[in-house]
Design a protein around this ligand. Structure first.
Ligand code: SF4
Length: 444
C-alpha cells in the first residue's frame, strides 16, 4: 500500500478520456495513494493524452513541464491514445518516467512499483488487437455530470481517423454489467449521466468482436432509464447511420433521456463523404435531423464537421456550408483537417492549403454562432429544467437545460446539483441565456 504517496491526474481530449482518468485515479486510491490537484505537489503525475488534437506532442510536452516545475523529483506517467500510437516518441520527452498503452493503463498499479528501480523510461504498450474492455470507467467529483463509458474502440476506419489504431476494435460490456456500473454512478449523487464511447451506436459487441444476443444501444438505454436516482441521461455523440427511428422515438417519450443529439456529419458533399469512407450520404443525414425535429421540435442537434479534407474544392465546401445552413440544427463543432500518420487520407495528393482550411473553419464557426442564436431565440419566454453547477462566477451560476441551452442566474448555493424550472428571459451578450426562477411562463 502506498499511504502518503500523492498522485495528480490531467486529461487531454474527450469525455471518454475524462471517464478513464477518473477510473485510473480510483484504481490508485484503492492502493492507498492520495489524490491531489494537478497544480499541487505530487509524487506521480499521470497525463492521459489524446491523439485527435493537432498538437498532441506539444501539449503533452507542456503538461510534463508544468508537472515537473511543481515537483522536479516527481515521476511523470503518460497514458492514453497518443501514448498508444507513439510510445517511443513520448518516452523521449525529457522528464517522462513511464508510458503505458491502451490496455496497460488500467494496470498502472502493477507497473508503478517498477518505477523506483528504473533508470530509463519504462514503456509498456501491447498489441492494440488484444485490448479488453475496462468497464468501471466513469467520471465523478469533477463536475455535476458524470461521463459513463459504455463502449470503446471503433471498426469503421474512416480515412482521416487514427482512433481505431489508438483504441482498438469496437467492444462493450453486457447490459447487466453496464447497469451495475451505472448504479455505482447513481450512488455518487450525480443527477445527470452522459453516455460516452468512441462509437456508442455500435454498442453490443464483445471484446472478441462478436455481437451479443439481443443487446444493442436501444436495449441498453431502455434498461438505463429504469435506474432510480439518475434524473437525466444524455446520449453524447452518435453516428447518423446508427441513430435508428426506435432510438429517436424512445427519447421523444422518455422522461429521463434528454432531447439532445450530437451527430457527426463531417461533410455535406457526398463525394467527400465517400472519400472519407463514412457510412452514409447527406440524404440520410438530412432525414435523421428531420425525423428528430418532427418528433421533438425543441431538440438540440449538434454537428461535427471537418473542413479542408484532401480534395475538398471550394464548391464542395460551399455545398457543406449550404447543406448545414438549411438544416434545423443548434451548433457546430468545427475541425480543421490535419494529416495523421497511418491513415488513408494522408496519402491523398490534393491537399487544401492551410490558409484556406483556416478560412473555411472561420466561416463555419460564424454559421455555428448564427445557428445557436436562432435555436436559443426560439426558447426565449419558455420554461425548462436546468441542472445547476457548482461554480460561482462573480455572483452568477450556470447550468444546462435538458436541450443543452446554457443558462445563468444569480448564484445560490442551495441550487447546486439540483434541477429547477427556470424561465428563459433573454440571450446575453456573452451567448448564454438569462433566466429567472419565477414561474411566470408556461412549460415548453
Ligand atoms: S466512426 Fe470514423 S471518425 Fe468515428 S472513431 Fe470510428 S473511424 Fe474514427
Amino acid at each position: 500500500m502506498y499511504y502518503n504517496r500523492k498522485i495528480a491526474l490531467h486529461t487531454l481530449g474527450c469525455k471518454l478520456n475524462f471517464s478513464e482518468t477518473s477510473a485510473i485515479g480510483r484504481i490508485l486510491m484503492e492502493q492507498g495513494f492520495q489524490k491531489v490537484d494537478f497544480s499541487d505537489r505530487a509524487d506521480y503525475y499521470i497525463i492521459n493524452t489524446c491523439s485527435v488534437t493537432e498538437n498532441a506532442d506539444k501539449e503533452t510536452k507542456q503538461v510534463v513541464k508544468t508537472a515537473l516545475r511543481t515537483n522536479p523529483a516527481a515521476k511523470v506517467i503518460v497514458v492514453g491514445c497518443y501514448a498508444q500510437l507513439k510510445p517511443e516518441a513520448i518516452s523521449s520527452i525529457k522528464g517522462v518516467s513511464m508510458v503505458l498503452g491502451a490496455n496497460e493503463k488500467f494496470k498502472i498499479h502493477e507497473y508503478i512499483e517498477q518505477l523506483e528501480e528504473q533508470e530509463k523510461p519504462l514503456v509498456v504498450s501491447g498489441n492494440i488487437d488484444d485490448v479488453s474492455f475496462y468497464a468501471d470507467a466513469y467520471s465523478h467529483g469533477e463536475r455535476t455530470r458524470s461521463f459513463l463509458k459504455v463502449q470503446d474502440g471503433c471498426d469503421y476506419f474512416c480515412s482521416f481517423c487514427t482512433i481505431p489504431l489508438a483504441r482498438g476494435k469496437s467492444r462493450s460490456n453486457s447490459i447487466a454489467r453496464t447497469v451495475e456500473v451505472a448504479n455505482k454512478v447513481a450512488a455518487t449523487g450525480v443527477k445527470e449521466v452522459v453516455l460516452t464511447g468512441v462509437n456508442i451506436g455500435d454498442y453490443g459487441k464483445t471484446a472478441d468482436g462478436n455481437n451479443r444476443t439481443n443487446e444493442n444501444l436501444f436495449s441498453l438505454i431502455r434498461e438505463l432509464e429504469k435506474i432510480s436516482n439518475i434524473e437525466r441521461w444524455r446520449i453524447s455523440s452518435i453516428e447518423p447511420n446508427l441513430l435508428t427511428d426506435e432510438i429517436i422515438e424512445f427519447v421523444a417519450h422518455s422522461y429521463k433521456f434528454v432531447p439532445h443529439f450530437h451527430i457527426p456529419l463531417q461533410s455535406g458533399s457526398d463525394k467527400i463523404l465517400k472519400l472519407m469512407r463514412r457510412k452514409y450520404l447527406s440524404k440520410l443525414y438530412r432525414e435523421r435531423v428531420e425525423k428528430i425535429k418532427a418528433t421533438m421540435p425543441h431538440a438540440c442537434i449538434g454537428v461535427d464537421v471537418i473542413v479542408g479534407f484532401p480534395g475538398e474544392t471550394k464548391e464542395q465546401f460551399l455545398e457543406t456550408y449550404n447543406f448545414i445552413n438549411e438544416l434545423d440544427i443548434a451548433y457546430l463543432h468545427v475541425f480543421t483537417y490535419s494529416e495523421r500518420a497511418n491513415t488513408r487520407a494522408v496519402k491523398m495528393k490534393e491537399t487544401v492549403p492551410l490558409a484556406e482550411r483556416k478560412e473555411r473553419n472561420k466561416m463555419l464557426r460564424i454559421l455555428s454562432e448564427k445557428k445557436k442564436r436562432k435555436f436559443y431565440s426560439e426558447h426565449v419566454n419558455t420554461t425548462r429544467h436546468v441542472l445547476f453547477e457548482a461554480e460561482n462566477d462573480n455572483g452568477m451560476m450556470y447550468g444546462f437545460t435538458d436541450n443543452y441551452i446554457k443558462v445563468a442566474i444569480p448564484y445560490n448555493e442551495t441550487l447546486v446539483n439540483t434541477l429547477q424550472p427556470v424561465a428563459l428571459t433573454e440571450i446575453s451578450d456573452f451567448g448564454y441565456m438569462k433566466g429567472t426562477m419565477h414561474m411566470e411562463f408556461s412549460m415548453a
